[in-house]
Design a protein around this ligand. Structure first.
Ligand SMILES: Nc1ncnc2c1ncn2[C@@H]1O[C@H](COP(=O)(O)OP(=O)(O)OP(=O)(O)O)[C@@H](O)[C@H]1O
Length: 298
């Protein structure tokens, strides 16, 4: 009988996670699997939870938002856990799971676990925090942290966009000075934000970073420079237009690098967000750990 350890954030997903966990229990026990559950508490050390659970099970499932998934991914990589992981997305945005077409329907999700198809994916590293989808500094992380969890629950993704609109003028007039080091070469620039993406889906935008692949051993770094209002507007419009890599025309004010590692420094205090949670501040080194996580995929 296959044993699966399930970590559930009961507060995630409009508080529907516990109900989905019960449904998963029912669906997988019919298929002869034995599930053991851990329901998280606020500010719990999930790396410790993982280390206790792992010897007892063969596979892991996480049911939560991007924050919970990020903590589990950190625990898996740091403890060199080889168990395959299934991500049941219960957050506001869930970019990585959406990109991989992980089912939100619990029946389809249980069928995915039964099918047991694995895919190895890269994981990013910002300082000492691992990230599955994105690490960013500037406008995007600022606005993500400003959105209260109540607003996210009621408004979903729309809450992020509302904050973005409110935040924009302030950021426009207060760009962040950075030094970007790639291959030992340092460039100095004023940015609105920079982000290092693993998948093309970022901040609820599909194909914000077209051509980013989750298993190519590379990070896609976008740097949006502060500049003329018209240039900045063109960058944002280009984000909205992007569907496939061929849609991406060079836009003045935005730089795109595909690299294994880079470093960002600043004379100002700049927070860096990893998968939607505060993950440190500049200066920070970023790198990619190729194919270090095994996920179940449809
Ligand atoms: N039982 C709980 N009650 C309240 N808060 C909890 C509980 N368990 C975990 N948390 C908190 O939930 C946060 C992580 O939430 P998570 O990211 O999984 O969901 P979310 O905020 O709904 O999703 P997203 O960030 O993707 O929008 C952590 O700050 C953690 O401390």
């Amino acid at each position: 009988m296959k044993k699966i350890g399930v970590i559930v954030n009961p507060n995630a997903g409009r508080k529907l996670a516990s109900q989905r966990a019960e449904e998963l229990q029912e669906l997988l026990s019919i298929r002869g699997m034995k599930l053991s559950f851990h329901y998280t508490k606020a500010d719990e050390n999930l790396e410790l939870v993982l280390s206790q659970m792992v010897p007892e099970v063969e596979q892991l499932v996480v049911m939560g938002g991007d924050g919970t998934v990020n903590e589990i991914v950190n625990g898996i990589i740091k403890q060199e856990i080889k168990h395959p992981l299934s991500i049941y997305p219960m957050g506001t945005v869930n970019d990585f799971a959406t990109y991989l077409q992980i089912p939100k329907n619990i029946r389809d999700f249980s069928a995915m676990i039964h099918k047991n198809q694995h895919r190895k994916v890269d994981v990013g590293l910002a300082g000492d925090r691992y990230f599955l989808n994105v690490a960013a500094g500037g406008l995007l992380p600022e606005l993500a942290h400003r959105v209260s969890s109540e607003a996210k629950t009621v408004l979903g993704k729309f809450a992020y966009y509302m904050e973005g609109i409110k935040e924009f003028p302030k950021q426009f007039f207060h760009p962040i000075p950075i030094q970007l080091e790639i291959h030992g070469k340092v460039e100095t620039m004023d940015t609105l934000f920079f982000l290092a993406a693993n998948s093309p889906y970022v901040g609820g935008f599909r194909n914000l970073v077209p051509g980013a692949l989750v298993d190519d051993g590379m990070l896609d770094l976008l740097v949006v420079e502060a500049g003329e209002l018209q240039d900045v507007a063109n960058v944002f419009f280009s984000f909205l237009r992007r569907r496939v890599e061929s849609d991406v025309k060079p836009v003045r004010g935005m730089k795109h690098y595909r690299v294994r590692e880079f470093k960002v420094m600043s004379s100002e205090v700049v927070d860096v967000d990893v998968d939607g949670e505060l993950g440190g501040h500049l200066p920070l080194s970023f790198t990619i750990v190729p194919k270090s996580l095994t996920l179940l995929v449809p």
